[in-house]
Write a protein that binds this ligand. Sequence first.
Ligand code: UT7
Length: 319
Amino acid sequence: MTRSVIAGVGSALPRHILTNDDLSKIVDTTDAWITERTGIKARHIAGDDETTKSLAVEAARNALAHAGLEASAVDLIVLATSTPDHTFPATATEVQAELGITKGAAFDLQAVCSGFIYALTTADALIKSGQATCALVIGSETFSRILDWNDRATCVLFGDGAGAFVITANDGEEGGIMNCKLRSDGRYQNKLYVDGGPSTTKTVGHLRMEGREVFKHAVTNMHEVIGEILRAADVKVADIDWFVPHQANKRILDTTAGKLGVPTEKFIVTLDKHGNTSAASIPLAFDYGVKQGLIKRGQLVLMEAMGGGFTWGGILARF
Ligand code: UT7
């Protein structure tokens, strides 16, 4: 049976770092409030010359180098983003051109903060069905462009960045991507959304969120989907070496760890440095975990996310 193996990981961050203290000069907030309520200390903000595409290209190049592969090997690009460079074409095709790839397919996928889970599940399915052999799966975001910088309840939470996986088809090898679960429930679309769009306001719009409502659902949905994955894969929670969660709020991660009965030390945490980078947060955290020597080859890793839509889901993989 063909399996999708994680051959390489990489990431990219904008140059500029915005600290909580910097933010306290822009809106009525404090480092103490942001740290206590979210765990975030700083985030990277894209400059004018840094875009979702440029960050995606840098992350992709780093992932290809980590995998020891040339861009010419890639026959699929799935790019998760809610902040594309243009309404169309897909940023994925712009990345494809920049990397000099002229074969296969490239497309964007939008599931907000769950985008990377959706993209990796899609790439896995296309590899398993024989339609692709080497995929770049990218999460890249410039959420700073859709924030209302007068709204202290949201502008302190998000940051920009990109992360990428190289996924290759491998016959007979154990491990790789073992189980994927995707969920959505559109009844909650107005809890976390952007108040603009080409077909409605003809503007890009700004992010709006009922934070407390999202928090509540995130904890419940994360716990539920992790349970479903563990049962489907016949794996015990204690067997998971690392959890790589979407990085929205340290309190969500701590509550999820508590409900699962696992130590929080098993959770890779980058939100203190990156904030919430939406679809980029999981590959950014995964790459950080690998580069720090925490996540090692052969280990069991559970990735999970929840975001606007609501969308949520998880993936179990042996790295
Ligand atoms: O990535 C997609 C998924 N997103 C999430 O998972 C986000 C989930 N939600 C959260 O992480 C939290 O709900 C927040 C961090 C967004 C907010 O934390 P909270 O503990 O739920 O605070 P709150 O919204 O209930 O606000 C509490 C108070 C309010 O003041 P009053 O009404 O009690 O006087 C807010 O006005 O905190 C105030 N507040 C702030 N104060 C200082 C809100 N934002 C700020 C701020 N600085 N930046």
